[in-house]
Each structure stands twice: as structure tokens, then as C-alpha cells.
Ligand binder design. Structure first.
Ligand code: ATP
Length: 510
């Protein structure tokens, strides 16, 4: 745990030191759980968006994008169920005055038992070596069985309590598990209460309740209310999808763990409209597509896990998360939900307008079913940053900090470095800058020894450094150095553009 926390701290301070992420309004001591993306952060973020947008829209002829407004008619949120049901169960500790999500306290409690099991298994693995049979060990070892029984019992009670909104039951479970305030150890809890996560604000010209509007807690509803607009104007045929990237706002009870849980964040969501009855087929299709998208980046297949939902949201008939191995453990990165026809039907009901698809083949009109994929852009940013952050010991005994960011996502693609700041080398280097700058985000750097300049580029994840030396003036060749292998090769300037393109092109991921 300590090592994991240290890793997160190291990532946060690296992100700040190199201009990826700053605390918001820092000169006023910051605002809790709000962050600003700096000069490199915005590039990384844009590249992630571009990877997602390309995968969704360009690679699928039947998916188009929109950009809906953040403010929506307030009835939208009545219809979607958010006004009545977008709640988290919260509990306060009377001694520390700290507020927690009751379900998160229980999940952390179960994770501890899970960690105990993993430890037992690791120990046994070391003891038995190749002969070790994990399945048999899990089925017979008394310590593992006891821990697993405990987890299963808590899981079942929590599921029932959440499904039945049994807040007393949740509190009882917390007491029965003897869960204490993680910060102070106190077990003096209040009752569990429901807390609505939507931010409210007021429209300028209207006073009182009539003027209340919400900051959208998800981007999805902007897609649903535009379903017919897009279907008709785009002449879309089922199945088809609408993708959107945009801000969402949730008044999270505890916002923490850096950019993992914020009150203002960005989502990349896609709603895929399908014929009723085909939804499970498409649900499985999208589970597969999405994990492929993640795995293509090469952050390590073992870093992802599917997690089926215990408690289905009010709109879903199947749902899972893709969890990622963040520095604080496996946590939700993306959700994939089969939302049935819940949203479109509700919008029909509340608006009085028909939101139907007319199938020209069968001459029937019906409300389509929906599969949703929804990923937090900020969480994806943290996944990329934390898993690519490496502190390495090199063969010569020196150390370097390197961000092994997938090349196509790297904020700076190329650094152009004249070996010395004289003899016409800077001028030659600037010619190379002009050759590349339209297509690749690059940096020109002529300060300090070349080794230090390489280190600076490693620390921000630049995949390629191009060095211009005296020979370049004669043979029109440069040395390119690769970030991960640190291998160098000499190539003609005429081949440089193509060499860089090959390394940083997005097409490797498709
Ligand atoms: P959690 O259980 O972590 O609160 P959720 O299940 O409520 O998340 P969804 O409603 O499925 O999340 O939202 C889709 C995605 O939006 C999540 O997978 C996550 O990546 C992202 N997301 C949700 N809440 C936040 C937040 N507060 N800060 C950053 N990203 C978020």
C-alpha cells in the first residue's frame, strides 16, 4: 500500500513539475479536487480524445459525433431519473466529521480481505513452485476459504441493501463489519443518508424554482434528446451510434485520488442504438471492441479487468466496468451498459414527442435499445500517465525518469537538438523544425549538454530526439534517438518525416 501511495505521489509531483497537471487556482491555495491541465497535459488529453474519436467515428462508418450543450432543459433530468435517483449513500463520522460513501467503505473492507487471499496465494506459490495449483488451493485452504466466505457474505448483504435502498441495513452492515473511519479509527457513525450528486444553478432571467437548472452529470442525455435529429438528418439506419466528448459535473461526496475522482471532469461516451432483442449481441461486441482499444496501447493486458456490476443502475439490463490497475489498485476506468429503451421511452413520456425508429424493411416503428460505452477522459489520462511513469537504473549506473507514453499519445513527438549552439547548427536544426512542425508537435532545445537534453525529453515522454551535428552540414544526415531503447541511428534528413511518422502514427493501434 505504501509503495502504491508513493507511486501516486511521485506521479502527481512529476505531472506538476513538467506542466501536465496543476492544482486549480493554486495561488489561492487551490480548490479541492479541481485541477488544470498544463501545456503538456492538454496535448496528451487531446491525443487521447483523438484516439477515441478516431476509433469511434472514423473506424465505424455508422457512428457520428455531436457536441451538445452542458445546460439542458431541466425536465431532461426528471425524465432520466437523475433528479430522483442519482444519489450516493453517505455516512458521516461523528468524531472526525469526515464524510464517506457507505458503499465505498464496504468495498474497501472487502478489498482488504481480497488482498489477504492474494497474499496467501503468493506465499503458497513460492513454497510449492511449479506444482502449485491455485484453483485447488482456493478450494481447500482454510484461511482463504474463511476470507472468501466473509467477502461473499458482505457482498450479498450489500447488494440487497443497495437494491432495496435499505439505508438502515447498510449502516448495520458497516457496524457488523466493525468498519472504522480510515483516518481516525473512530466507529461513531451517523445514519446513512441519500445525497443527490447533481449541481444546481439558476437561469439569469427566471426567479425561484422555475429557474433552476442542472450542470449535466453525464453527457449521455445530450445524445438521447438528439437521437431523432441525428437519425433523420444523417439518414442513419440501425444499428448506429452517436459519440460525444464533453464535460460532466457531479457533486461527489469525497473527491480524491488526484484526477481520478473530480467534481468537474470529462467523459467520452457513445450510445449505440440497436434493434430490441439484439442488445446482448451488441453488448458483447462493444465489450470486445473497447478492451481491444485499451490493449492496443500496450500499457499491459494484465492491467485491465472486467468487473460485472453487482447493482444494476435503474436503466440497465446488463453492465460491466473495465477496471484499470491505477497506483491505488484496480478501479473503474470505463463503463459498458446495456441501457434498454429506458431513456428514449422516458423522454417520449416526459416530452410527449415520439422518439421512434421507422424500419423500412418491416414497416414497423419502435423505440431502439441502447448500448453505451462511457469512459472518463481524466481517468484515461491518469491510466496512461501512471503506467508509463518509470524510474530506471541504466547499465552505466545512472538513473533516468522516463514516461513510456504510447508514441501516438505523447504530447511532444520530436525534439530537435543542435549538438552545439554555433557553427550554423542551430540554423540547420531550425530548417528541420520547419520540415516537421506542421505534422508533429515538437520542441527545439539548444541549452545544456546533449545528455541532459535527452533526459528532459525522456521525462516528458518524447519518443524521438533528432540531433544535428557538424557532419549534418556535410552529409545531410541526423542522428535519431529512440526514447525506450535509447538506441541511436543515423538517417538522411530526407527520410526523417517518414521515420517519425512510422513511430508516432495512430494506425498501429487499429
Ligand atoms: P464511480 O463508480 O467511480 O463513481 P460511476 O460508475 O458513477 O463511477 P459512470 O456513471 O459509469 O461512473 O461514468 C462513466 C465514466 O465516467 C466512469 O467510468 C469514469 O471513468 C468517469 N467518471 C465518473 N465519475 C467521475 C469523476 N467524479 N471524476 C472523473 N471521472 C469520472
Amino acid at each position: 500500500m505504501a509503495a502504491q501511495e508513493d507511486k501516486l505521489k511521485a506521479v502527481i509531483s512529476h505531472a506538476k513539475e513538467y506542466g501536465f497537471v496543476f492544482p486549480s487556482s493554486e495561488i489561492y491555495d487551490g480548490l479541492s479536487a479541481a485541477y488544470d491541465y498544463g501545456q503538456l497535459g492538454v496535448e496528451l488529453k487531446n491525443n487521447i480524445k483523438n484516439y477515441w474519436w478516431t476509433a469511434m467515428t472514423r473506424m465505424h462508418q455508422n457512428i457520428v459525433g455531436i457536441d451538445a450543450s452542458i445546460f439542458m432543459h431541466p425536465t431532461t433530468w426528471k425524465a432520466s431519473g437523475h433528479v430522483d435517483a442519482f444519489n450516493d449513500p453517505l455516512i458521516d463520522n461523528k468524531d472526525s466529521k469526515k464524510r464517506y460513501r457507505a458503499d465505498v467503505l464496504l468495498e474497501d473492507y472487502m478489498a482488504k480481505s481480497e488482498a489477504k487471499i492474494t497474499k496467501e496465494i503468493e506465499k503458497a506459490k513460492n513454497r510449492f513452485g511449479d506444482a502449485f495449483d491455485e484453483e485447488q488451493f482456493r478450494a481447500t485452504n482454510p484461511n482463504v476459504l474463511r476470507a472468501q466466505e466473509k467477502i461473499d457474505a458482505v457482498k450479498t448483504r450489500m447488494k440487497v441493501a443497495l437494491e432495496e435502498s435499505d439505508l438502515e441495513g447498510l449502516k448495520q452492515l458497516i457496524e457488523d463489519c466493525e468498519i472504522a473511519d480510515p483516518e481516525t479509527g473512530s466507529r461513531n457513525w451517523t445514519d446513512v443518508r441519500q445525497f443527490n450528486l447533481m449541481f444546481k444553478t439558476e437561469l439569469g432571467a427566471v426567479s425561484g424554482d422555475a429557474g433552476i437548472i442542472y450542470l449535466r452529470p453525464e453527457t449521455a442525455q445530450g445524445i438521447f434528446v438528439n437521437f431523432l435529429n441525428v437519425q433523420k438528418t444523417g439518414r442513419m439506419k440501425l444499428p448506429f451510434g452517436i459519440a460525444q466528448i464533453g464535460k460532466a459535473f457531479r457533486n461527489e461526496i469525497i473527491a480524491r485520488q488526484f484526477i481520478f475522482r473530480m467534481r468537474e471532469f470529462e467523459q467520452m461516451e457513445m450510445q449505440y442504438f440497436v434493434k430490441p432483442g439484439t442488445e446482448m449481441e451488441w453488448y458483447n461486441y462493444w465489450k470486445n471492441e473497447r478492451i481491444k482499444w485499451h490493449n492496443a496501447l500496450g500499457l499491459g493486458e494484465g492491467n485491465y479487468k472486467f468487473h460485472d456490476h453487482l447493482k444494476l443502475a435503474h436503466y440497465a439490463n446488463a453492465a460491466c466496468d473495465i477496471e484499470f490497475n491505477f497506483p491505488m489498485g484496480f478501479k473503474e476506468l470505463e463503463g459498458i451498459h446495456s441501457r434498454t429503451d429506458f431513456d428514449l421511452k422516458k423522454h417520449e413520456e416526459f416530452s410527449g414527442k415520439k422518439l421512434r425508429y421507422f424500419d423500412p424493411e418491416t414497416n414497423e416503428s419502435f423505440v431502439p435499445y441502447v448500448i453505451e460505452t462511457s469512459i472518463g477522459l481524466d481517468r484515461m489520462f491518469l491510466a496512461v500517465l501512471s503506467s508509463s511513469f518509470v524510474e530506471e537504473k541504466l547499465e552505466d549506473g545512472s538513473e533516468r525518469t522516463v514516461l513510456r507514453i504510447p508514441a501516438a499519445l505523447a504530447p511532444v513527438k520530436v525534439a530537435v537538438l543542435p549538438l552545439v549552439k554555433k557553427d550554423g547548427l542551430p540554423e540547420k536544426a531550425k530548417e528541420i523544425v520547419d520540415l516537421l512542425k506542421l505534422d508533429f508537435n515538437l520542441q527545439y532545445d539548444d541549452k545544456d549538454a546533449i545528455g541532459r537534453r535527452y533526459r528532459r525529453q525522456d521525462a516528458i515522454g518524447t519518443p524521438i530526439c533528432v540531433t544535428v551535428d557538424n557532419e549534418t552540414l556535410e552529409d545531410n544526415c541526423v542522428t535519431i534517438r529512440h526514447r525506450d531503447s535509447m538506441q541511436q541511428e543515423r538517417i538522411p534528413i530526407a527520410d526523417l518525416h517518414e521515420a517519425v511518422r512510422k513511430v508516432v502514427a495512430l494506425n498501429k493501434y487499429f
